[in-house]
Design a protein around this ligand. Structure first.
Ligand code: 4AD
Ligand code: MG
Length: 502
């Protein structure tokens, strides 16, 4: 809509300078200064400072009493003001309050993560969740655009399934009219049949893992995109994953710069994510982990980080002292914010540094044959500025469907992609085994019954071809791109071992 007095989203306000418009939103914050009230209004697209002067008597009276998160409609003149968040502000002529909010629980003061998560339905309105979830939106759109423009067909796969797609340990059982079913761990097995129908396909949906892992990387419900390609070997599948990641990063850099800045993400580091990504085998990763060079490097980093931690603690003590003597309200608010940020940073770093000596020991005692541990992935991926492919894992450590390497039957033709900066695995993929006898043998070794997978084995009987694919976890990818430690904030309502509310 154009013209005067039209509904405008805050993000578009700049184009309406000199015009009178209507904003619809919620009260984010308020400052009062004698004959003027400054309302900071949010509408989901941005923040706008709305200036209510005493001469607009009705609006002024309403604005004075307005509480945080009250819903409102503001009419006013758009004025250019370089000091304002979006470069413009609104000179208010009319104010309608739709509902006056009562004691909104999330205030400007420090709240712990548990309190915020208990109020996730309201916390979603804050700037940090909005920034993170906007990035999530871009990631999902970039993934769809990538596959849609590269000849893939979207195929939705079932959520209720009769058996394991990955392993037996992490299945969620569901009572299905007296029969035991499970929530899907992956769409892959079904997708393999779709791939024999259409050539290049992908599925994108929620997947479930009853993993008893309370780590920063684990959710029990997460979203995964999985492409599957007929007539492809593992090298081609890796190139597909590389291209997809480059497109995702480019899209986020193009559309979410302000969000990344708000989150404090090192944007220059993201700009370095270009092809080709480094590649190493699992065996080489093991050699790296055990090397004396790496140990020295990790110990040096630990010492440096410990010094940094001490510096932060000194800053915190200084800020706490200043708070004791701060007189003005705004000074106190600023210091309280700084103290909260410092406390969070200190707590995170302290936790991290406490476990590092163990992680160094674990890396040094790496034994060929086990999957890479979480801390091993962290260490390997901290050595690179780009995502790194780790390939050819031991057959015993990986899923039954992975193709056994013709060159070395102890390993499979698979890869994990580890995101840089210690983020660890964001993608797992492989070429698929074509020989039904080999698959049956792997199934039995992992406690699965080949009879339960008769339909899957059929794919190897009727025109089997080399094929492969991968799965990318959306939440881990968003956490990496946004530079936040924990995946729990990258999905609107996270499900973890300890949380299913709200
Ligand atoms: O490595 P995974 O288990 O691979 C599969 O499921 C294959 N069937 C994919 C395929 O080849 N079609 O999981 C793939 C990705 C991981 O790299 C990770 O990003 C994410 O899914 N993921 C999780 N994310 C959050 N919480 C969890 N518990 C996750 N488990 C896996
Ligand atoms: Mg994996």
């Amino acid at each position: 809509m154009t013209g005067d007095n039209s509904k405008v989203a805050i993000r578009d306000l700049k184009g309406y300078a000199g015009k009178t418009v209507r904003l619809q939103g919620w009260l984010h914050g308020k400052r009062t200064g004698g004959k003027v009230v400054f309302l900071v209004v949010r509408d989901g697209t941005g923040l706008c400072q709305c200036v209510v002067e005493a001469v607009a008597a009705d609006a002024f009276a309403l604005a004075t009493d307005l509480t945080q998160e009250s819903s409102l409609v503001v009419t006013g003149l758009v004025r250019v003001d370089e000091r304002s968040p979006g470069g413009v502000e609104l000179a208010v002529s009319g104010l309608d309050v739709l509902q006056t909010a009562q004691d909104y629980p999330i205030t400007r003061k420090a709240h712990g993560i548990d309190f915020l998560m208990d109020h996730r339905h309201l916390w979603l309105r804050s700037q940090r969740p909005v920034a993170l979830l906007r990035v999530r939106h871009t990631v999902i759109k970039a993934i769809r655009d990538f596959f849609d423009s590269n000849g893939f067909t979207l195929m939705d796969m079932p959520v209720l399934v009769p058996g394991a797609g990955e392993d037996r340990q992490s299945l969620f059982p569901v009572d299905y009219f007296g029969e035991k079913l499970f929530l899907t761990q992956t769409g892959q097995l079904y997708l393999e049949s779709a791939c024999m129908a259409m050539g290049k396909v992908y599925c994108f949906g929620p997947t479930f893992r009853a993993e008893k892992s309370k780590t920063r990387r684990h959710l029990t419900e997460f979203w995964m995109v999985e492409p599957e390609v007929a007539f492809a070997d593992v090298t081609e599948v890796m190139e597909l994953a590389e291209d997809m990641i480059c497109d995702i990063v480019a899209a986020v850099l193009a559309r979410n710069r302000a969000d990344l800045e708000f989150l404090g993400r090192d944007i220059a580091a993201l700009e370095k994510i270009v092809k080709p990504f480094p590649r190493m085998t699992y065996t080489e990763a093991g050699e790296l982990l055990r090397s004396a060079d790496l140990r020295r490097k990790l110990e040096l980093e630990l010492a440096q980080e410990t010094v940094r931690l001490q510096g932060l603690m000194a800053d915190l003590a200084a800020a706490e002292e200043s708070l004791k003597v701060a007189k003005k309200g705004w000074q106190q608010e600023k210091l309280e914010l700084r103290i909260r940020e410092l406390r969070e940073e200190i707590q995170e770093l302290d936790q991290e540094l406490r476990v590092r000596p163990d992680h160094i020991r674990l890396a040094q005692s790496f034994a060929w044959g086990e999957d890479l541990g979480g801390s091993d992935e962290t260490i390997v991926s901290r050595q690179f500025e780009r995502p790194v492919f780790v390939t050819d894992y031991p057959r015993v450590a990986k899923a039954f469907y992975m193709k056994v390497s013709p060159a070395d039957p102890r390993v499979v033709k698979n890869f994990d992609m580890l995101a840089p900066g210690g983020y660890g695995e964001i993608i797992g993929g492989s070429q698929r085994e074509e020989n039904p006898d080999v698959i049956e043998e792997s199934m039995k070794a992992k406690g699965l019954q080949p009879e339960d997978y008769a339909w899957y084995l059929d794919l190897r009987r009727y025109g089997s071809v080399p094929h492969g694919g991968f799965g990318l976890g959306v939440e881990r990818t968003v956490a990496w791109l946004c530079g936040i430690r924990h995946v729990r904030e990258t999905i609107p309502f996270p499900r973890t071992m300890g949380r299913v509310y709200p």
